[in-house]
Ligand binder design. Structure first.
Ligand code: CP
Ligand code: NVA
Length: 299
């Protein structure tokens, strides 16, 4: 049987994604230490970039389900010394039950998956961060109910998180208002298939008007550190602050995948304020990915 992969939200059907969110909520609310569907199973985790949430949530999730996880860094494996990806994928997938990768190039994950005999999970690439969207959707469903037909405002960089929100707008059927500086818009190839769900705005206030969820992310992602100053200037009018939150629906939530830079993309009063859902959102990485691991490995 061909393995299922999770490289993009588009790899699962809308119904599968919805079922996964409900399963994640169920696993969170009815935690049972005796339920160990991944007993004896092993997850390999390849990290080309830093991580707090992704590493801990996958590792803890595997242990809670009776399995284990191996942390692999290119610095300490042959991956960093030029062993072909194809060979690495064949070898690693012959020994473990699932592989998660966090890489710079998106192609690294897709190539790896082509040569893997076990499921491959995208733990973030320069293009997409689909695991984060599972947690974000779970959080919205828990706190406000179904997101179908709601309006989400993305304020800031048209980056991997923004791309994943565009895919989520298609899969979960919500409207996405995007406010980004002209030079930092999301890729047209990701926007085009979602054209009926996505609208662009020049100002965060206009994008946030009556929105049910406001989301942002850092101005300089991992790998863009040298652009920090240039980006601080380009994004100076794209902060999520109290004024932006006031333009949204009074029940609106604020989300951020974290790590956050208070005073840059978000005002401290917003991220630490009553509408912020960032900590349940972070915790839900654990529950959502447990549901994902169960879905991919226990087929
Ligand atoms: N949100 C997220 O992916 O966090 P980490 O970079 O800490 O894994
Ligand atoms: N856009 C950010 C997300 C971090 C979780 C980055 O890629 O660094």
């Amino acid at each position: 049987m061909q393995p299922r992969h999770f490289i993009s939200l588009l790899d699962l059907s809308s119904q599968e994604l919805r079922d996964l969110i409900h399963r994640a909520i169920d696993l969170k609310n009815n935690r049972n230490p005796d339920f160990q569907p991944l007993k004896g199973k092993v997850l390999a985790m390849v990290f080309e970039k830093s991580s707090t949430r992704t590493r801990i949530s996958f590792e803890a999730g595997m242990v809670q389900f009776g399995g284990s996880a191996i942390f692999l860094s290119p610095r300490d494996t042959q991956l960093g010394r030029g062993e072909p990806l194809e060979d690495s994928a064949k070898v690693i997938s012959s020994m473990v039950d699932c592989i998660m990768l966090r890489t710079h190039a998106h192609d690294t994950v897709t190539t790896f998956a082509q040569h893997s005999r076990v499921p491959v999970i995208n733990g973030l690439t320069d293009l997409l961060h689909p695991c984060q969207l599972l947690a974000d959707m779970q959080t919205y469903f828990e706190l406000r109910g179904d997101i179908q037909g709601k309006t989400v405002a993305w304020i800031g960089d048209g980056n991997n998180m923004c791309h994943s929100y565009i895919n989520a707008a298609r899969q979960f059927d919500f409207k996405l208002n995007i406010a980004s500086p002209a030079d930092y818009r999301p890729l047209q190839s990701i926007v085009d298939p979602a054209a009926d769900r996505v609208a662009f705005f020049n100002s965060p206030i206009h994008a946030a008007h009556n929105a049910d969820l406001i989301v942002t992310d850092v101005w300089a992602s991992m790998g863009q550190e040298s652009e920090q100053k240039k980006r601080e200037f380009a994004f100076r009018d794209f902060q999520v602050n109290t004024e932006v939150m006031q333009a949204a629906h009074p029940d609106a939530l604020f989300m951020h995948c974290l790590p956050a830079h208070r005073g840059e993309e978000v005002e401290a009063a917003v991220i630490d304020g009553p509408q912020s859902a960032v900590f349940p959102e972070a915790e839900n990485r654990l529950h959502a990915q447990k549901a994902l691991l169960e879905f991919l490995i226990c087929r």
